[in-house]
Design a protein. Sequence first.
Lengths: 403, 157
Amino acid sequence: MGKRTIVPIGPYHPLQEEPEFFTLTVDGETVIDIDVQIGYNHRGIEKLSERKTFDQSTFAVERICGICSTSHPYAYTRAIEDVIGLEVPLRAKYIRTIIAEGERIHSHLLWLGLAGHFLGYNTVYMWAWKLREEILDVMEILSGNRNNYAMFKPGGVRRDIKKEDIPGVIKKIDSIIPTLEMLKKAVIDDPVLHARTKGVGVLTKEEAINFCALGPTARASGIARDLRKDCPYGAYDRLNWDIIVTDNGDVFDKAVVRILETFQSIDMVKRCLLSLPDTEIDANIKNIPPGEGIGQIEAPRGECFHYVKSDGTNRPARHKIRAPTFMNLPTYKATVVGETISDATIILAAIDPCYCCTERMAVVNQKGKKLYNGEDLVRLSQAKTEKIKSRGGKFAARTKGIK
Amino acid sequence: MNRSDILKDIGERFKGEILEVFDKSPKRVYIEIKPQALVVIATYVFKNLGARFNIASGLDTHKHIEILYHFTFDEINFLISFRVKLLKNKLEIDSLAPIFEGANWIEREICEMLGVNFKGHPELKRLLLPDEWPQGVYPLRRDYKEWDDSSIRDRGL
């Protein structure tokens, strides 16, 4: 046996968008052990939510994650509706579905771009993100925002979709389909990508069940589970569609599942827009009775789970948030060991990790007095560095002379 | 198996271990069980009935620390939450992590947030809280008090 070496990745690394710290123990090129340390993004949103009213928490949880920003309010509002035992009006269901599927399109495209980037195939990165811009424009037309749409409220949606916007939106969505077809061929038929991703980082069906893997990570391993089908919510039971499942569980299959789901979501958005029913968009909830509620929805990365306990006041007594990456990330134990260092990055990226969600953070001033501006944040950062320096220890030695 | 078969099966098999059944809606049932029976019931539900473990959620109810273990039966759109109540002077329960990996991280999280000891967990170390967080301070407890007066994070300049 050769010499064992430890290769650290992170907490800050040019390939990672978010801070996390992987420790790879390697023997030559092969990874023999891996550990992860997270918590760099933890800001205690569950605790924070207990101090906010039910309405405010909708917006607080929207800020947990910038990419799947709708999945958290969706699961949260469904949890509250479960406490009450309420069905939202049909039009609100359709609008929620449109927003959630629009988000799935841009989230999957974002992942596809990043995966290309991780593999050194920057053409895919550029094309995917260019297409994503078009979808963000569509979301801006529908909700007023490119991200953090603020469309959800307990009992319905906050904003209606105007009839005159619909033809323009459909035209815009149609315009990206040919380019997306080209991108699909560039990824699925490319022999270099096959060599790089097929049979790499395999998550077997048994392991996927053992780790309770979710979403595309599980579906690529042959588990036909999709909450949109299994526990229909929104307008999904009115749309005719099938769960996309592949069997190999490797990085390539995870990419295939996401690409095909993107096409499916485009189709769903179009059909929902064309068949928007004409009803109210809000059930006008007056008060929330004591009780417990659970909201589950299929976010782009898998099931997003919210548990809310109400004690009859206007604040949640407990709000538990479980994002899909919390269950998907630990699968690295089964997929990375035995592979080479160069493959480790793409295997870790293949689950589409989202650490913001996993650690549930939010940029919200707890006391609600004042939001920070840029200067405040610089001052805060300097004050913290000074504080750590004055405390002494290892860190002080490292930052000596840095102003 | 459909919903009533599952409930009947669990009810008969673990008759002495079930304290209370709350049938909330067609999709949700909350079952309170004895803490010492958790491993047997969870193993049966996960391995034999093929349910998926969603997550566990801990809660401080003043008298007890309550943990809910949520299991979903995807095929029939049905969710059972097993509730265990632990007395505050004896916060210990058997770990589910040796049975399925999915319980590993959440037990680490509940341990650091509420101070529950999971017996038999392979690696019960911190998951989210920073290294400088003091031992024995649990942020999701009702009696949690701000411990770091000088913290700029909480003072909100």
